[in-house]
Design a protein around this ligand. Structure first.
Ligand code: NAP
Ligand code: ZN
Length: 351
């Protein structure tokens, strides 16, 4: 075991603060990574503040961070996929049973024994729970370590590991592409990746935002149209016209207003995970035979596919790079929807 610097929350109400955490020595399957950048996902904030307590309690201290890019410093004797010096990524998953029907279909994200990068029981017993990427170093099973295409900017590549795959996976399943009208709700970290990817897939992309000042950015990011969602007239113009809508909103909102914008047999997928339940009118679904689904990140093979796609199309996240000392300020700005469009922590600030 060795110690590494990190930022952790001591309770749901305390700000994150500098600390030191244990990491295991790499086993034969492990890759030891010096973390260079870590994106800030709204899930980090939900977890640090125990906002998802009805589904999963947070264990403290909590070290969030699951949009990790770093350099391999050491590998175990059995590691074949990575070597010292490689630039790699780690997303939301660091383990799964690799045996169940989900894992056999490369859906480690749906494995009932999946291990999340933070706040999951630590099977290695290094600590009570796994600790994430707000730290200088991490040790991860090679299966969950991804290759970062060489042409991508590293600070902007980090958010691909969660925001990228979480938006890529449901859009791939929905065959988002030319001839389709696609809505992206909420222009935050996930939403802006959704816009970039949907536009790269060739769809007609419409952004729904509560922030009128994001209109120009939405168009620059690849949207063809922008709707200010509290304007009922603007919303009504799009009634019954969408093939697919991706909801990336982190807080309570009325999803019925979006469901009625779907064509018949259209689908809306929730990736946003608000603290409180959302209500659905049966009529929003039965008129038009519409469907409502959810999606959770993506499997490891699909995450690599997404990274390679982003490499080919030179897609990264629009990031505001911050030193880790600005973490708590970044959280407050995220709550105010004031992120353009992802914070990426320069981990050299932790040294
Ligand atoms: P984020 O950067 O904070 O973006 C959320 C956006 O939602 C905001 O920028 C804002 O966009 C909109 N919004 C915020 N409050 C709102 C409200 N009260 N009413 C309507 N719209 C509101 O968050 P993120 O990191 O993209 O994450 C979004 C959600 O996805 C979080 O709940 C997160 O936990 C979840 N998530 C899920 C997965 C998964 O696998 N399913 C993975 C990662 C994250 P506008 O300013 O444009 O309105
Ligand atoms: Zn995330």
């Amino acid at each position: 075991m060795y110690q590494t610097k990190a930022y952790s929350a001591a309770s749901a109400t305390s700000p994150l603060a500098s600390t030191s955490i244990p990491r295991r020595e790499p086993t034969e399957r492990d890759v030891q990574i010096e973390i260079l950048f870590c994106g800030i996902c709204h899930s980090d904030l939900h977890t640090a503040r125990n906002e998802w307590s009805s589904v999963m309690q947070t264990t403290y201290p909590c070290v969030p961070g699951h949009e990790i890019v770093g350099r391999v410093v050491k590998v175990g004797s059995g590691v074949t996929r990575h070597k010292a010096g490689d630039i790699v990524g780690v997303g939301c998953l660091v383990g799964s049973d690799q045996n169940c029907p989900c894992c056999q279909e490369n859906l480690e994200n749906l494995c009932p024994n999946g291990v999340f990068t933070y706040n999951s029981p630590d099977k290695h017993g290094t600590a009570p729970v796994t600790y994430g990427g707000y730290s200088s170093s991490i040790v991860v099973d090679e299966h969950f370590v991804l290759r970062i295409p060489a042409n991508l900017d590293l600070a902007g590549a980090a958010p691909l590991l969660c925001a990228g795959i979480t938006t890529y996976s449901p859009m791939k399943r929905a065959n988002v592409g030319p001839g389709q009208k696609v809505g992206i709700v909420g222009l935050g970290g996930l939403g802006h990746m959704g816009v970039k990817l949907a536009s790269a897939f060739g769809a007609h992309v419409v952004v729904f935002t509560t922030s009128p000042n994001k209109r120009e950015d939405a168009l620059r990011l690849g949207a063809h149209d922008v709707v200010i969602s509290h304007n009922a007239d603007e919303m009504q113009k799009h009634a019954g016209s969408f093939d697919f809508i991706l909801d990336c909103v982190s807080a309570e909102h009325d999803i019925n207003t979006y469901l009625q914008l779907l064509k018949h047999d259209g689908n809306m997928t929730l990736v946003g995970a608000p603290e409180k339940p959302l209500s659905v009118s049966a009529f929003s679904l039965i008129f038009g035979r519409r469907s409502l689904s959810g999606s959770l990140i993506g499997g490891i093979a699909e995450t690599q596919e997404m990274l390679d796609f982003c490499g080919q199309h030179n897609i990264t996240s629009d990031v505001e790079i911050i030193p880790i000392q600005k973490l708590n300020e970044a959280y407050e700005r995220m709550i105010k929807s004031d992120v353009k469009y992802r914070f990426s922590i320069d981990m050299s600030s932790l040294k």
